[in-house]
Structures are given as C-alpha cells and as structure tokens.
Design a protein around this ligand. Sequence first.
Ligand code: ATP
Ligand code: MG
Length: 196
Amino acid sequence: MATSHEERMQKKKAVVDSHIAAAQEERGVLLVNTGNGKGKSSAAFGVVARALGHGQQVAVVQFVKGRSDTGEEAFFRNQPKVHWHVGGEGFTWETQDKERDAKAAQAAWEIARGYLADPAIGLVVLDEMTYAFKYGWLELDNVLASLRMRPAMQHVIITGRAAPDALRDAADTVSDVGNEKHAFAAGVKAMPGLDW
Ligand code: ATP
Ligand code: MG
C-alpha cells in the first residue's frame, strides 16, 4: 500500500515538475477577478502588497466609489510607491444620474490609461471596472486595445462582478469567485478590517 502511494505521489510530482519546466515565459499578465463571491478586490490588494514587497510601483484606480474610509485606501495611499485614485467620485449605488456616472468612469479611465502606458508601473489594479462595461460608460474595445499595447512586463488586475466575455477571453488568468455563503446574508454588517 505504502509503495503504491509513494509511486502515485512520484508520478504526480513528475507531472507538476514537467509543467513547471514548460512554463518559461516571463511577461506581464492580465488577471480578471470576477463572480458573485467575496474576495475579488481583497485578492487584488493582496497582490499590491506582494508587488510592493518586490519594490515595484503600483497604480490603483477605483471605478466605483463605495466609501472613502476603507482600510486599504488608508494603508496603501501612504506607501511611497503607490499611486491611488478614486475615479468614480460620483458613483454610488444610490446615484440616479447616469451622465455623471459615465463622466466619472471616463475620468477614471483617462487616469488608468496613463498608467497602462508607463513601463515604470509594475502593477495596475482597475478595481470594480467591470461595472463600467455593464452600464455602457466605457467602450470595451478601447480598453482592450490599451491593455494589448501596455508595457510587456506590466501586470493588470481587473475586478468586479459579471466580467464581459470578451474581457475574459483577453485575460491570461480569470478567477470566478463563487458565493457559497456570506455573513451579510445572515445579518452581519460589513465589518471594518474585513470587508472595508
Ligand atoms: P472584497 O472587497 O471583500 O474582496 P469583493 O471585491 O469580492 O469583496 P464587491 O462586489 O466589490 O466584492 O463587494 C464589495 C463589498 O460587498 C465588500 O464589503 C464585500 O465584503 C461585500 N460582498 C462581497 N461579496 C458579497 C456577497 N456575496 N454578499 C454580500 N456582500 C458581499
Ligand atoms: Mg470589490
């Protein structure tokens, strides 16, 4: 029994090793964190910390302004290598002013575009950008063109629910976070330090 387990593990290791050996390319990667479950933005901010640990410069553009007192903003804004922008200044879920929301998203995109053309920026996070496509505030084709033309080593993470198919197709890594359950549904408030 023990031998056959060992053999199986050795075979597994050989497969994993061959995959590691085959992955030789080094380049910037486009990630999309989408789905209805919790963890899309917080995973992106985890990568921000990771990139900073390697001395990289990071740009974060938030397309939807939920609240201005988040822990991530308070923490990362003070980091010298972080460029932090809340672009969707006007947008909240209560807003009914479509034109103002579109203008705010377009202003956020103008800022983002600058970073997508700057090879000094190692990571660009476009937080909650998917809503800009859903509501028609931004042309997906224009955004995809800028993503294709970005510096070769630059990573980009786009977060938000319901990522459009063309964006998923263009991405290298897509994580579709599922909502198995969420404390909010059981009446727990959005908690500081965990949810914002
Ligand atoms: P987080 O920022 O916690 O990683 P997220 O980016 O995956 O969440 P968003 O759709 O941006 O999710 O939601 C923003 C807020 O809503 C956060 O406070 C988050 O904790 C909460 N939230 C996320 N998913 C759910 C869910 N399935 N049900 C209820 N609340 C949620
Ligand atoms: Mg989010």
